[in-house]
Design a protein around this ligand. Structure first.
Ligand code: UDP
Length: 324
């Protein structure tokens, strides 16, 4: 059931990371809610093609900007979605990833403070690391290797949460933190390396499906429209404390089960091939969303079949245009 977003209508909203997968969907949702939207993106992993349908939209501005550098303008609401989120991308320049999470978030928090704006910060299930508690509740502190190849992202996002919490605790900023679990849907980058996009593209190209490890590790996949709904609800819901709040779909699948879903829905007969499990790859992940249900009245609505089918339609179109 789509939420009522009249509360934020007319607001000046910034979406950092607005050309990315989640950011561009959020921009669409905010424009539908009659906000005036500025998208910032350094285009490291985001793409202008995700926003090209908005080129002449009267309430939309795009600015090429890296949040590692300060930015000044007037906003009522700031969303921080700026950071590469796929392991191959965030690991390709780990120091920059850490700077984006820590310095970039600090810059946006200071902007929010100057503007007396609300800030919604996109954190991640990665802050739980390879979790020893299952499913993961917000009060779990996590199990993160601070020195491994994922650390630039996990620890960067943990430090960003600390900054958000301290800005809020010091009474300076209305900042809210969403911990986003694995999300999929149209506008994922076909070359992103995420499991859903890899499997769909591999099936559509009759290529082998690359399963890392034994495929028994689990993830819980949320369709993008559901996730964006949760983010906007979080923005407009007054909170006595800033979160964090888990946003994700609690339906948990192992990777071999995902192989079967994607093969069935594409009609592909591609076979799985087993490759090495990346270092520190979490064995299991499932959000406890009791807090999101209670505080936001939010639960994901899209079944894996519907969501994957929509994502397959998107990738069929991308591939028919000769990409990737
Ligand atoms: N994975 C896989 N094959 C792929 C890409 C990923 O088996 O082609 C696995 C990966 O090792 C992990 C899970 O799928 O266990 C989810 O990976 P993804 O990169 O999508 O998300 P994250 O690891 O950040 O949760």
């Amino acid at each position: 059931m789509p939420g009522n977003f009249s509360f934020i209508a007319g607001q000046k909203v910034m979406v950092a990371g607005g050309a990315g997968f989640l950011g561009s969907h959020l921009v669409d949702k905010l424009l539908q809610a009659d906000c005036q939207v500025t998208a910032l993106d350094n285009l490291q992993t985001g793409s202008l093609s995700n926003l090209s349908h908005l080129n002449s939209h009267p309430n939309f501005i795009f600015s090429t900007h890296d949040i590692i550098e300060p930015f000044d303008s007037q906003f009522d609401l700031i969303f921080n979605l700026a950071c590469p989120a796929s392991p191959p991308h965030y690991q390709s320049d780990p120091i920059r990833t850490m700077k984006t999470s820590v310095i970039g978030t600090l810059n946006l928090l200071e902007l929010a403070k100057r503007n007396h704006a609300t800030m919604v910060h996109a954190s991640t299930s990665e802050i739980y690391g390879d979790p020893l508690q299952h499913p993961q509740k917000e009060d779990y502190w996590g199990n993160v290797n601070p020195l491994g190849p994922r650390a630039c992202y996990d620890e960067g996002k943990r430090a960003a949460e600390t900054l958000c919490s301290d800005f809020r605790r010091m009474g300076q900023t209305d900042v809210k933190v969403a911990r986003i679990f694995n999300t999929y849907g149209p506008r994922m980058d076909a070359k992103d390396g995420r499991v859903v996009s890899n499997f769909i593209v591999q099936c559509l190209q009759n290529a082998p499906l690359t399963v890392y490890g034994d495929g028994k590790q689990t993830r819980s996949f949320c369709y993008v429209d559901d996730l964006i709904e949760g983010l906007v609800l979080l923005a407009q819901t007054p909170l006595s404390e800033g979160g964090p709040i888990n946003l994700g779909n609690p339906n948990e699948f192992n990777i071999l089960e995902l192989v079967e879903v994607v093969r069935r829905l594409t009609g592909s007969s591609s076979e799985a091939v087993f490759e090495a499990l990346p270092q520190d790859d979490p064995r299991q992940r499932r959000p406890d969303i009791a807090k999101a249900k209670q505080v936001l009245g939010w639960t994901p609505q899209t079944t894996i079949e519907d969501g994957i089918a929509k994502t397959i339609r998107y990738f069929r179109q991308v591939l028919s245009q000769g990409e990737p």
